[in-house]
Structure formats: structure tokens, C-alpha cells
Design a protein around this ligand. Structure first.
Ligand code: SF4
Length: 727
């Protein structure tokens, strides 16, 4: 139904891009679709340039409107019918699995997919393809904070409090976060916070648009944020700002942390990070003596081979100061992708089942298998994290077929040329996307998908607030939704023979699977019933699958979302409350206590040397989003940010004989890319920066390091060693 106040050709929905999920109204008339800002608690009527221009892609001339299948004779991607394309996919899957087993097929998802799609994709991988290999690009986004949150609090929700709390904070510490460029409407909360007399402190190696607004900017060497965190806690301990009662009553493990940070006296941290002792002391004082204090981390802290420990350092600091669960205070993470939060709750991750359950937990397997109508022992075990998965493609023993939904790893993966090579080595690459991304251009089969304004669904924003995405109009002829594609593939695969080379695990007599349905039921009919294409039906099932899990959606209905400004999980019952604030009384650990973990600085996986003497770090710009598949095709955004650039300090540029605008080449041990120089006094002279949104010669990920965090699998996007020269 059309919401009150809107005409039949208007719909209240949310932006297709980042995790702020700004409210917007879409209006369609004879001139096309217009975006109008909408009052919503996160954006309060604001939109950034990306949101304002989001509708341009709906009728974009480069939009895919027919499947494409690669012609073996010419190597060209040629238009094909849906039947031809899907039969090609099924034949390819069958051939690979018959030859090499079920795990020879892998699935790669995305943090922009709706909750329903993330759920359906995880289910399709586990019981449609029966492979353990599924993971998604969220590993490259906030997996380190997710892991740090899980081990400290027993739960992973980006912000455990509403975003509006930022406006009330007396002290707000942002670590490796640049919302002024990545999610500009959030800056309204920062402005309000400072108008209320609050202090904003930013930790970032660059003078970003956000850092320029800060009362205090700490500019550490990339890769030393953990040393800064430990030094801040060292000072807090020395000055008596640690909340001893909170630590005693609500946490465990503090003694080991206290002993560890004793060695991080401020002068040592200054020597390593370059942050002056006076700034460390001022920051610790603002945190330790402020009333309402919030600490937020983002990609700058996370995208390291020690990302989990770095985030943990700031979690330790927050716990020691007694912040989590205190009114107006806390620790949180700013999620990046539109459904980065929901995308990791419903089974798209290699180690998870819906409801944020562990796939190796027998009780979780029983519950989810029951919802799916299969024996628990038929569910595959855990797969491997995204980079490990991508790097194994086409190698001996690795998957030989890959299905990609809503992701473009050719641009977004670290050491991207290597991953591009892996994709080229596959027997079968299938990409479902709305545009011919760089990854889709390599595919054997490309499946054109619907856009955000053409289908219903739900998203979960950075606050853990579940939102409605509403369709303005149906997809154009020739285009299908991801859910319809999954449903059709599942039905076709159901008629395929079970791969002989990897029989189902032995099970006791009398417990044979019921997955083939009652006698006489056709397998494709069973599959069709099991993989509905309607988002509402998928959401209803998702609620049952998530019931009792950490991310419990059982009490969240679309009607309830409509009646409110979204619903916060966990929400176990329809007539019970949702949970805007976590941790007021207890943490989600078995004993209700938060856990400290002693963490210490360690060097980056790759240090500078005579051949590669500069630190390299990557990040985002305001007018582009992620791998740029969509935003590089929007005229206004392309004009605003048309190409990659290499930001370097004027002193460094002088030393290298480089002028502003000169083409420069950046080279690491793994590859090189080229882009014009952009001189800025806002970056350290020992560090260079480039945005990662671009493909081809300007692909920054050609040089990034594929070292990963041992816990989260997060690659080290934020630091590697390079040399820079005039191209
Ligand atoms: Fe869209 Fe994010 Fe911009 Fe809001 S801040 S308009 S959600 S891209």
C-alpha cells in the first residue's frame, strides 16, 4: 500500500548505498524518477551527492537487460535467453561438482544485498549447491570490528545505541573514520554534538574532511592506532580515570590488559606513532573526565592484519572507562556497506548460519536445518574467509566455479591482479549484477538483476535498525531479481543428479533426508517451495531461522517496521519491545560480563625498505562508492570524482620531482597503478594515499597487501610499502 501522504507513484524507501541508509522518497512521473529527501532519524532530511543521484541508474543506457553468455568460438559475451543462460550455469555447476565434488563450486555475496537475498544466498549455497564455500565482500568492510565485538561483548552490532546519541556526547573519539566523505548526513550529529559543547577528537593519518572539523586531530603513522589506544589506557590508569567499580562488576580479564598497557608509556607511543605526548594526554583526559563519552572505530582501525586487535584496543579503553551500556556513552563501529550489518547476520558468511549463529554449533545446525527441512548432518561445515576463498579459485583442490552476487572483487579485492587471474582460471564464472562490472566482464554467464527501486526487501543499518526497502516499479523486461534467479537455479539443480564423487555424509538408518519431499513430488517443485522468490515469504522464513539467535528477527514484521522508523534487533516477539540500546544490564556473553583481551602492537605485515620507502594507504572519496560499478557511471559523480589520484605531501613531491597533476606510478611488491598526483599538506610526508574505487590503470588495489588478520580474515588495505615515481 502507498504510505499516507504519498501518491501512488511515490514510495518511501532508503538510499541504495551506504550503511546510514538515509530515508528518501522516490517519485515517478513522465520525466522519470526523482529522489526527494525524507525525514528519517539517521539523516534527518539530508542526503549526500550519491543519494541525490541514485535514480540515474534506473534507466541508465549501460544497464544490463538481457543475460549474456560467453561464446566459446569467439570469446565474446553474447545476449541469450534466460533459459539458455541458466541451463549453461546448471550444466557448468553439474560438470564441476560431478568431477571434483560439491565444494568445487563457491558463492560470493555482497554487503549491499537485502537481508532476504543474503539469507537466500546462504541457504542456496548450503542446501541448493551443498557447498561449504560461501563468503562475501563484507570481509573487506568491517569483519575486524565484528570479531572484536563478538569476543568482547558476545554480540556484533555496529552501534549498540541509536545514532542520535552522538549528538549528546561530551567527548566523541573517531578512529579511522571519515564520515564527512563516506556518509555526509552523519556530520549533522557531529555538528550538533559540538554545538552542545562537546569535543570531537579524530585519529587519522590524513587531515580528512572530518579531521578538519575536529577539536583535536591525532595523526599517527598508519598501522600504529593500537599503540595509541594502549597509551590512552596507560594514561587513564595513571591518572585514576579507570572506572574500577564497572571493571569489577561488569567485566573480566582486566588484569592482563593492565599489565600489557603498563609498557605503553606516552613517550614510547609518540616515538612509534608520531602523535605528541601532549595530544595523547589531552585525548585521555577528554575521555576519562567527560560525562557522556563515545568511541567509534571504522575501516582505518580495521583494515589491517592486526585489525581485530586494533579494534580490541579501543574496546578495552571503552570498557576500562565504563562506557558500554552507560546512558549516552559507549563503543561502536561505523559500518560501511548499505547492508553490511544485515549481510553478515543471515548466513552469507563462511562460518555462520542465520541469526548470527555459528555453523559449527550443533544446536544452531539443528535449528536452521529444521527450518530448511533437511537433516542437520546434510549442512556443510564452515568455509573459508573471502580472500582465502578468492585466492584458492582455480588452484589445485580449490573451487573451479564461482557464482558472484552483488560484488566486484576485480576492483575491491587486495592484490587485485592476482585475484583477476584466479577468476580467469575458473571453469565457470557467473555474475549477477545490474551493470557489466569489471568482474562481470570476465564471466562466462552474466545475469541482469533488478535494482533497489524495483523490489521489496529489508536492510539493517549501522544501528542494527531493520528498515523497509520498497519497490517503486517492477524491473524492466528481461531483468530478474536475485531472489528469482536463486529460486530458478535451485529448481533446475534439483533435477540434476547428486554428484557421485562426494556422497552425503553417512547417517544412521532411518534418518535419510526428507529433502526430496513426499513420494511423487518432483524435485524442482520441492526446490521451488523451498526457495521462494517473493521477498515477503523469504523474510517470514528468515524470522523463523533467526529466532533464538543473537540477531533475532522473530518479532520483526514488515508491518511493524512500517509503523515505526524501523525496528532494532534483537526483537524476539511481535508484542515485545525491540532493542535500541544494548548492554544496559548485561553483555551477551554466557556470564553477562564483557571480556577484556590483552593486545599489543605489532608491525605491519610489510614494512618500508630502501626499494619501497613509503607507506601506502587507501580510502574513499565523497562522490564514489565501493568498487564504483554504479557511481562511476553516474554523470554528476563522474564529474565530481572522475579518476583515481595519488595524494602526497608537497615536501615528498619536491623530493621526487613531482608537480601537482603529474602522472605518477605507485609500485609495490605486488604490482603498480598510475594516477595524477594531488599534493596535500594534510598527509604525512612518509605516506601516500589513493582511493580504491577505480579500475584499470588507476586500480589502487593492484598494489595493496593481501596479508590478512588471522581472526577476521580482513586484508591489510590500510598499509603496505610502495615507491612513487613520475610516470
Ligand atoms: Fe546514501 Fe549514504 Fe549518502 Fe545517505 S550518506 S545518501 S545512505 S550514500
Amino acid at each position: 500500500a502507498t504510505p499516507p501522504g504519498l501518491t501512488p507513484r511515490e514510495v518511501a524507501t532508503h538510499c541504495p548505498y551506504c550503511a546510514l541508509q538515509c530515508g528518501m522518497t522516490l517519485r515517478e512521473d513522465d520525466a522519470g524518477v526523482t529522489v526527494l529527501p525524507r525525514q528519517f532519524p539517521t539523516n534527518r532530511g539530508g542526503l549526500c551527492q550519491k543519494g541525490w543521484t541514485a535514480a540515474e541508474l534506473l534507466d541508465h543506457p549501460e544497464r544490463l537487460t538481457t543475460p549474456l553468455v560467453r561464446d566459446p568460438a569467439t570469446g565474446a559475451l553474447l545476449p541469450a535467453s534466460w533459459d539458455t543462460a541458466l541451463e549453461r550455469v546448471v550444466a557448468g555447476i553439474r560438470a564441476v561438482q560431478d568431477d571434483a565434488g560439491r565444494d568445487a563450486v563457491a558463492v560470493f555475496g555482497g554487503g549491499g544485498l537485502t537481508n532476504e537475498k543474503a539469507y537466500a544466498l546462504g541457504k542456496f549455497a548450503r542446501i541448493g549447491l551443498r557447498t561449504r564455500h560461501i563468503d562475501y565482500n563484507g570481509r573487506f568492510c568491517m569483519s575486524s570490528a565484528a570479531a572484536a565485538g563478538m569476543r568482547a561483548f558476545g554480540i556484533d552490532r555496529g552501534l549498540p545505541f541509536p545514532l542520535a546519541d552522538l549528538g549528546r556526547a561530551d567527548t566523541l573519539l573517531l578512529v579511522g573514520a571519515n564520515p564527512a566523505e563516506t556518509m555526509p548526513p552523519l556530520v549533522r550529529w557531529l555538528t550538533e554534538q559540538r554545538r552542545n559543547g562537546g569535543q570531537l577528537i579524530v585519529v587519522d593519518p590524513r587531515v580528512t574532511a572530518t579531521a578538519r572539523q575536529a577539536d583535536l586531530h591525532l595523526q599517527p603513522l598508519p598501522g600504529t592506532d593500537l599503540a595509541v589506544a594502549n597509551a590512552l589506557l596507560h594514561i587513564a590508569l595513571t591518572e585514576g580515570w579507570v572506572d574500577r567499580a564497572y571493571v569489577a562488576d561488569r567485566t573480566s580479564g582486566f588484569d592482563a590488559v593492565r599489565r600489557g598497557v603498563a609498557a605503553w608509556w606516552p613517550a614510547r607511543a609518540e616515538q612509534l606513532s608520531g602523535v605528541p605526548v601532549a595530544d595523547l594526554e589531552a585525548t585521555a583526559r577528554a575521555l576519562g573526565t567527560g560525562g557522556r563519552v563515545i568511541i567509534l572505530t571504522a575501516r582505518g582501525a580495521e583494515q589491517h592484519a592486526k585489525g581485530v586487535d586494533t579494534v580490541t584496543g579501543y574496546v578495552n579503553l571503552a570498557l576500562a572507562l565504563g562506557l558500554p551500556g552507560r546512558d549516552g556513552s559507549g563503543y561502536g563501529c561505523l559500518t560501511g556497506q548499505g547492508n553490511g550489518q544485515g549481510g553478515r547476520e543471515h548466513g552469507q558468511k563462511a562460518d555462520q548460519l542465520p541469526g548470527y549463529r555459528r555453523i559449527d554449533d550443533p544446536a544452531a545446525r539443528e535449528h536452521v536445518a529444521g527450518v530448511w527441512g533437511v537433516p542437520a548432518d546434510e549442512l556443510p561445515g564452515p568455509g573459508v574467509p573471502a580472500y582465502q576463498l578468492l585466492d584458492s579459485l582455480g588452484t589445485p583442490g580449490g573451487p573451479r566455479a564461482l557464482l558472484v552476487f552483488g560484488s566486484n572483487p576485480v576492483v575491491s579485492a587486495p592484490r587485485a591482479a592476482r585475484i583477476e587471474g584466479r577468476l580467469r582460471d575458473l571453469d565457470l564464472l557467473v555474475v549477477a549484477d545490474l551493470l557489466l562490472s569489471e568482474t562481470a566482464a570476465l564471466a562466462d554467464v552474466v545475469l541482469p538483476t533488478a535494482q533497489w527501486a524495483e523490489e521489496d526487501g529489508t536492510m539493517t543499518n549501522l544501528e542494527g535498525r531493520v528498515l523497509r526497502r520498497r519497490a517503486l516499479r517492477p524491473p524492466p523486461p528481461g531483468v530478474r531479481t536475485d531472489l528469482a534467479i536463486i529460486a530458478d537455479l535451485a529448481a533446475r539443480l534439483a533435477t540434476a543428479e547428486t554428484p557421485a564423487t562426494q556422497p552425503p555424509a553417512a547417517r544412521p538408518p532411518g534418518t535419510e533426508p526428507t529433502s526430496t519431499g513426499p513420494a511423487g513430488t518432483r524435485p524442482e517443485a520441492v526446490a521451488a517451495a523451498r526457495f521462494p522468490a517473493a521477498p515477503a515469504a523469504v523474510f517470514a522464513e528468515l524470522r523463523r531461522a533467526s529466532a533464538g539467535g543473537a540477531a533475532d528477527y522473530a518479532g520483526i514484521s514488515w508491518d511493524r517496521i512500517d509503523a515505526n522508523d524501523g525496528v532494532y534487533w534483537p526483537c524476539p516477539t511481535e508484542d515485545g519491545p525491540d532493542t535500541p540500546r544494548l548492554f544496559a544490564d548485561r553483555f551477551a556473553t554466557p556470564d553477562g560480563r564483557a571480556r577484556f583481551h590483552a593486545v599489543d602492537h605489532r608491525p605491519a605485515a610489510e614494512e618500508v625498505c630502501a626499494t619501497y620507502p613509503l607507506h601506502f594507504t587507501t580510502g574513499r572519496v565523497l562522490a564514489q562508492y565501493q568498487s564504483g560499478t554504479q557511481t562511476r557511471r553516474v554523470a554528476a559523480l563522474r564529474r565530481a570524482a572522475p579518476e583515481a589520484f595519488v595524494e602526497l605531501h608537497p615536501d615528498l613531491a619536491t623530493r621526487l620531482g613531482i608537480d601537482d597533476g603529474d602522472p605518477v606510478r605507485v609500485t609495490s611488491r605486488r604490482g603498480e597503478f598510475s594516477a595524477p598526483a594531488r599534493l596535500s599538506a594534510g598527509i604525512r610526508p612518509d605516506t601516500v594515499f589513493a582511493p580504491f574505487h577505480y579500475a584499470g590503470a588507476g586500480r589502487a588495489n593492484s598494489v595493496t597487501n593481501d596479508a590478512v588478520d588471522p581472526i577476521s580474515g580482513m586484508p591489510e588495505f590500510k598499509i603496505c610499502a610502495v615507491r612513487v615515481e613520475k610516470a
